[in-house]
Design a protein around this ligand. Structure first.
Ligand code: TRP
Length: 334
């Protein structure tokens, strides 16, 4: 009953492996809180992942690992719909239809397309270009009210709104126009080696990012090597991006404010500070990693959760897809 009055929230992560603590603080951890306020659909976007070359066995493994991680982080599969995008064929079907009302020029102008096309110059495939259209299909199928998106996905949400509006204008009211959901909490986490830039899943420098799967020693070592500066004061300020980043990380894992963290480390040296940050992150990740491992040992349970999620999602998605098919004149029988 509660569900009928709740707004719908949609989000997804690609199973490209190597989620960082930045993805955790910036996305997954917030999703856990949002599941109480919204009717949530959380997808594992495997069809998006294949727009760059994947090793099949790894894609399969990363998909299951991500499902286990979602649950280990506190996503409750009884409360939300947790599923794998490719298990619901409506995504690909709606994406095809939306392709026909999306212009090549619009897709060529997308920042992420230009970046990825430059990075994967040997594989600028049609899927890479139509990536935002598939994302629009994801969101629009569920008539989502809100989509929590980071800055790098903002442009994709804008194009989703454009596509939905265009469809509605041409064929009549069909899609809800989704809004960006701006998450209040959760500082942006920067690279440990180049803290003015975001911590990235695909950084070539292995010391730049802390991964959700890193063990305790690795985490502590990476924080020890984090770049700071030479003035040895533990305060957050614009001219101290390294120290500020570490303070942000500490505060978000400890559950305190940056001001409280500054006070705690007043008079301490960088060595002690970095060790404390490393230990705090390692302590926070340990139970998540243990739970993920436990879940991965129970493949039957995971498959069951994902099958139920797909069934739920397919039911909701089919309603929208049928409407779209009718509106555009695909013959559905008498
Ligand atoms: N493109 C998103 C990312 O890489 C993942 C994604 C796929 C997504 N479909 C979505 C996010 C729909 C929000 C809504 O982060």
């Amino acid at each position: 009953m509660e569900q009928a009055t709740q707004k719908v929230l949609y989000s997804a992560v690609q199973p490209s492996g190597n989620l960082t603590i930045g993805n955790y603080v910036g996305a997954i951890r917030n999703w856990v809180k949002l599941q109480h306020e919204f009717t949530c659909f959380y997808a594992i976007a495997d069809l998006h992942a294949i727009t760059v070359r994947q090793i099949p066995a790894e894609l399969r493994r990363h998909t299951l690992e991500l499902a286990a991680l979602y649950i280990a982080c506190g996503i409750d599969p009884e409360k939300c719909t947790l599923y794998v995008q490719s298990h619901v064929s409506a995504h690909a079907e709606l994406a095809w239809i939306l392709n026909t009302i999306t212009y090549v020029g619009e897709m060529e102008r997308m920042t992420q397309f230009k970046d990825k096309a430059a990075k994967h110059a040997e594989n600028v495939n049609m899927g890479l270009m139509a990536y935002p259209v598939l994302m629009a299909a994801d969101i629009l199928l569920y008539q989502a009210h809100v989509v929590p998106v980071g800055i790098d996905q903002r442009q994709h949400l804008e194009i989703t709104r454009d596509i939905a509006t265009r469809f509605n204008n041409r064929y009549g009211e069909t899609f809800r126009i989704p809004e960006a959901y701006i998450v209040k909490e959760g500082a942006k986490i920067g690279s440990l080696q180049d803290p003015v830039h975001k911590m990235s899943k695909s950084d070539e420098n292995p010391n730049a990012s802390v991964y959700m799967a890193d063990d305790r020693d690795t985490i502590i070592r990476k924080f020890k090597r984090a770049v700071t500066d030479s003035d040895n004061r533990i305060v957050a300020s614009e001219d101290k991006p390294g120290v500020t980043n570490l303070l942000n990380i500490y505060a978000s894992f400890k559950g305190c404010t940056v001001a409280e963290a500054e006070k705690e480390f007043e008079g301490k040296g960088y060595g002690d500070f970095k060790l404390a940050v490393g230990e705090t992150v390692a302590d926070a990740l340990a139970p998540i990693q243990a739970e993920q491992k436990r879940l991965l040992a129970d493949k039957a349970y995971l498959s069951e959760i994902l099958a139920r999620g797909a069934q739920n999602a397919a039911y909701a998605a089919r309603k929208t897809l049928s409407k779209v098919q009718r509106k555009i004149g695909l013959y559905r029988g008498e």
